[in-house]
Design a protein around this ligand. Structure first.
Ligand code: ADE
Length: 423
């Protein structure tokens, strides 16, 4: 199978990047060694639609060592690391369909290539591949053993498909595993989002007001880190319990309409649509910076902003567009949008660090092997990652970090399973 990448000459740089990430992915390396011996994917074709990063490259290597015939396409038009794509093709002989900055047509043409591979297994980040299979190639669902989903937005879409009886294959919600979301969503998104904002803008967070929309694990991680850098954080939420949690964690909580006038930097991490839109842009201060770290580019309504704009200056810095909109009293104000409203952490930075992707992708790899083992026994529904996998990944990570923990004594085990003892 061929590939469609930006430039094969970038492969040397990509290889260095993959190797650099690999040294911080010991759990995945451990699983790779096991897969090399046991070949859990022997004879199977696997199509993955993921962010094409150095960390993903190490997952692809692991699946290939496990016997899978692997093909990779991009899960986002702006997150592809072209040098990594080149190295995967040249050095690891893995076909890749991804070019950073690809347009919508190419993005879906690349997904079509992943489908043309006739996969037995798929791996998704956002459910675009599973969606395209169900809508354009439903016959493939008959032979697909199953799929694994990496992100919150994808799991939400898949659960909606299952609820409507539209889901035709078993899917494992890797995102929902504790070994994924407690670490990747919280610490990974927290750090990489700030990194994206800072690389793009070079602003000082200290003393600025940062508005974060959404207080799920990603939002929680982001606000803590922003606070740690001296930002004055405001949280907006629609869920009353999460809003309460944010308030009791010490943050100001208010509707976006109020926060809009106060913020210097805005970031959405909700997974929902039109969280920041025309009514909010109107209220923002001159120079406000707006970005998104949720999966799809629908959280910030950039189209509405473009319609309001008297002029747009694209690329005033890499990944920064300036929108000049009416500022009242005949004045013009400037609003800066980062990475076109796409995931700022993967578009303007490198996504999550390898050390945290180690756990997410170890969980992915083991979930894939589990699905193959269960072939024929799974229904077309969304499954949780089995507890044994979470247990194994967390133990392996602790051991790689040189951390030992206590184990229950026989007496403690008995106590925990008894009900007779009390006061
Ligand atoms: N999602 C967030 N960060 C990522 C990374 N570094 N690689 C792949 N997927 C990611």
């Amino acid at each position: 199978m061929g590939s469609d990448i930006q430039n094969i000459k970038l492969a040397d740089a990509g290889r260095k990047r993959i190797e650099w990430a690999d040294k911080d992915m010991p759990v995945l390396a451990h699983i790779r060694a096991r897969f090399r011996a046991k070949k859990p994917f022997k004879g199977l074709r696997l199509s993955a639609c993921l962010h094409v990063t150095a960390e993903t490259a190490n997952l692809m290597r692991t699946l290939k060592e496990g016997g899978a015939n692997v093909v990779l396409c991009a899960s986002n038009p702006l997150s592809t690391q072209d040098d990594v794509a080149a190295s995967l093709v040249r050095d690891y002989k893995i076909p890749v369909f991804a070019r950073r900055g690809e347009n919508r047509k190419t993005f879906f043409a690349h997904i079509a290539q992943a489908i043309a591979h006739k996969p037995d297994l798929t791996m998704d980040d956002g459910a675009d591949l599973v969606n395209a299979i169900h809508t354009s190639h439903p016959a493939l669902c008959r032979t697909l053993i199953g799929s694994m989903e990496e992100t919150t937005t994808g799991v939400i879409r898949l659960r909606a498909m299952a609820r409507d009886g539209a889901l035709k294959i078993p899917v494992v919600a890797v995102n929902d595993a504790k070994t994924k979301n407690l670490f990747d969503n919280r610490y990974g998104t927290g750090q990489s989002t700030l990194e994206g904002i800072l690389r793009a803008t070079h602003v000082l967070l200290s003393g600025s007001t940062m508005v974060v929309a959404g207080y799920g694990w990603c939002g929680k991680g982001l606000v803590r880190r922003a606070q740690g850098m001296g930002a004055n954080v405001i949280v907006t939420e629609v869920d009353s319990v999460k809003a309460l949690e944010a308030a009791m964690d010490g943050f100001r909580v208010m509707p976006m309409k109020k926060a809009a006038a106060l913020g210097n930097v805005f970031c959405t991490v909700t997974g929902d649509i039109n969280v920041i839109t025309k009514e909010h842009f109107k209220l923002m201060k001159d120079g406000a910076i707006v970005c998104n770290s949720g999966h799809f580019d629908v959280e910030v309504n950039v189209r509405a902003l473009a319609k309001m704009a008297r002029a747009v200056r694209k690329g005033v810095r890499p990944n920064v567009d300036e929108y000049l909109i009416p500022g009242g009293k005949g004045k013009t104000k400037r609003i800066y949008v980062l990475a076109e409203g796409r995931l700022v952490n993967l578009s303007a930075a490198e996504g999550h660090s390898p050390s945290v992707m180690d756990m997410s992708f170890a969980t992915q790899a083991l979930a894939g092997a589990w699905v193959v083992k269960q072939k024929g026994n799974l229904a077309p529904q969304v499954y949780d990652v089995p507890a044994e996998i979470e247990d194994e990944v967390s133990h392996l990570k602790l051991s790689a970090m040189g951390i030992r923990i206590d184990t229950l004594t026989e007496e403690q085990r008995k106590y925990l399973s008894a009900w007779q003892e009390g006061t």
